[in-house]
Design a protein around this ligand. Structure first.
Ligand code: UD1
Length: 416
């Protein structure tokens, strides 16, 4: 199993190129199932999850022409309407094929994802939404079996804001008969990027980016080209790394307008931030100050940045409260951070982090994607060597993280 070895204590300097967003690329790849024509995607990140999704779509009969950073999907020969357990268990986002398959082909068999490291993560809202649109759904041998002659537009209220739930139903509604209104919908920028791609394919969608999305179904969608938006979580991770390790870095090909809460918190921590179209520059000349964070759906503070801020708070001046309101078990990095000398108390969904002067390198284990990023940041600030095991989690969502960090001056290498 591959590991990362980091010798901490160096500040970060230089420029880093931000990749396309994983959480936009995955739903948009599934949108290619909605048409027989070609969907040309650019700024596609080089990630394990993207490769897994591509394999899944190819297993269904989609063709994929791949060049670096680009892929052209064609869906004129789809013959397998199934997402098997082996794929869904490694990548929950595979549930995103459900809506497009039922909508275009009238049937889908998608494995239930089951629990994952950060919580139980049910998909009941995806299922209820499709049922409201007239799909017949049964659970058979661990699979969701959905059937519908043609989905019908419906008014659907989400009890809980769900990002992939919103995306799945938005794609399903694009080819439904009549108008669908999604209420209490997710406002995440990735939902907007998917809506932009669907509109380029001929879908009639409005209200994305607000909590009410209206989709007027059309009879067919056509081919299109779409550039995947920049990854705001990758951007945020590099910014926090610089804030924790000190130094001055510039992110290229990113967007400040979708990172507002993160930038505000970094400002509170004492970082100097200058953003211009396409770039964000951060400088942290001194030890960061602790900052409280409370995760909630967009535009509030993202749960996918919680672990990274926890790592920064570990060596910050003062104490801070980190409250996780989205997932019930997203503090697994706490145990690992303690191995590096962090002082953290946890009570329910709240962690109180007491900043210490220094962390010390040790062997730690990555438990999920963003927890891995948190351990990388902790390794960058810890004295001596930190070895992170199980970095396959990291490779699911961060493109070439060790070479990007090396370019910024970090002492980091992959152990094969
Ligand atoms: C997406 C992101 C993930 C991010 C999360 C929250 C992708 C591929 N993944 O995950 O990186 O951490 O949003 O911003 O975009 N829930 C239900 N029933 C459902 C669906 C969700 O109870 O049917 C609950 C979940 O357990 C969780 C909350 O709703 O507590 C939010 O989850 P959701 O927004 O659906 O997360 P994902 O879309 O899986």
């Amino acid at each position: 199993m591959q590991k990362l070895a980091i010798v901490g204590g160096t500040s970060l300097r230089g420029e880093v190129q931000i990749s396309g967003a994983k959480n936009a690329a995955l739903p948009i790849m599934c949108a290619s199932l909605l048409t027989a024509e070609s969907l040309h995607l650019t700024n596609v990140p080089d990630l394990h999850d993207v490769a897994t999704m591509r394999k899944l779509l190819q297993q269904m009969g989609m063709s994929a022409q791949i060049t670096p950073g680009e892929v052209v999907f064609s869906g004129d020969r789809v013959d397998t309407l199934e997402a098997p357990y082996d794929m869904v268990k490694t990548m929950r986002a595979a549930i995103l094929v459900l809506g497009p398959l039922v909508s275009r082909f009238g049937e889908a068999m998608v494995s239930l994802p089951g629990g994952c490291a950060i919580g139980s993560r049910p998909v009941d809202l995806h299922i209820k939404g499709l049922q409201a649109m007239g799909a017949e759904i049964s659970i058979e041998h661990g699979y969701i079996h959905a059937r519908a002659a043609r989905l019908k537009g419906a008014r659907i209220f989400f009890d809980i804001v769900s990002v992939t739930g919103t995306e799945n139903l938005m794609m399903a509604a694009a080819l439904a008969d009549g108008v669908t209104v999604l209420e209490n919908a997710a406002r995440e920028p990735e939902v907007v990027d998917l809506a932009d791609c669907l509109r380029a394919m001929g879908a009639k969608i409005s209200g994305d980016g607000t909590d009410t999305i209206t989709i007027a179904g059309v009879d067919r969608l056509h081919g299109a080209s779409h550039r995947i938006m920049p990854d705001r979580i990758e951007s945020g991770t590099f910014l926090v790394a610089a804030a924790a390790a000190g130094g001055e870095i510039v992110l290229r090909d990113c967007r400040a307008d979708i990172l507002e809460t993160v930038l505000e918190k970094l400002g509170e921590a004492g970082a100097r931030i200058v953003s211009e179209p396409g770039t964000i520059q951060i400088a942290m000349p001194h030890r960061p100050r602790s900052v409280n964070v409370r995760t909630a759906p967009h535009p509030a503070f993202p749960t996918d940045m919680q672990a990274q801020f926890m790592a920064m708070n570990c060596i910050a001046e003062g104490s801070a409260m980190v409250v996780e309101t989205i997932f019930e078990n997203r503090f697994m990095h706490v145990q690992e951070l303690r191995r590096l000398g962090a002082r953290i108390d946890v009570e329910g969904n709240t962690a109180v982090v007491h900043g210490v002067e220094k962390l010390e390198g040790a062997s730690v284990m990555a438990t999920d994607l963003r927890a891995s990023a948190c351990l990388v940041i902790a390794g960058l600030v810890a004295q001596g060597e930190t070895v992170i095991d199980r970095i396959y989690h990291l490779d699911r969502g961060y493109s070439h993280i060790e070479s990007k960090l090396s370019q910024l001056g970090a002492n980091i290498r992959r152990l094969k």
